[in-house]
Design a protein around this ligand. Structure first.
Ligand SMILES: [Zn+2]
Ligand SMILES: [Zn+2]
Length: 95
C-alpha cells in the first residue's frame, strides 16, 4: 500500500499550485490501460515514478495510452484528476 500523503505531496511538488485542469473520473479510463503487475526472477525492480514505491506482485498498474509510461493505477488516477498530463514526459491527455 503506497503512502497517500507522499503521493499528494509529490503531485504538488511537480505541478505547483493545484488548479483544476484535470480529467473527470469517467474520462481517465480513456487515457489509461490497466494491468496487474507480476515480477519475474532476474527482472529489475521497477518503482512508481509518483510515489517511488516498488511495484509488487498484484499491484494494479496503469499505463498511459499515449506515451506508454506506467504508474500505480491509484497514483496516476489521483494525478490525472488534478493534471491531465503525464508526470514524466508531460504528454497531454487530449483528443
Ligand atoms: Zn505509486
Ligand atoms: Zn509519458
Amino acid at each position: 500500500m503506497q503512502n497517500i500523503e507522499n503521493t499528494l505531496l509529490r503531485i504538488r511538488e511537480i505541478t505547483g499550485d493545484v488548479v483544476s485542469t484535470g480529467l473527470s473520473e469517467d474520462n481517465i479510463s480513456k487515457y489509461l490501460t490497466e494491468k496487474v503487475h507480476y515480477s519475474h526472477v532476474n527482472q529489475e525492480e521497477v518503482s512508481c515514478p509518483i510515489c517511488h514505491e516498488d511495484y509488487k506482485n498484484g499491484d494494479k498498474i496503469g499505463r498511459m495510452v499515449k506515451c506508454g509510461h506506467e504508474y500505480h493505477v491509484d497514483c496516476i488516477k489521483r494525478w490525472l484528476l488534478i493534471k491531465k498530463l503525464c508526470p514524466i514526459c508531460r504528454t497531454e491527455c487530449s483528443n
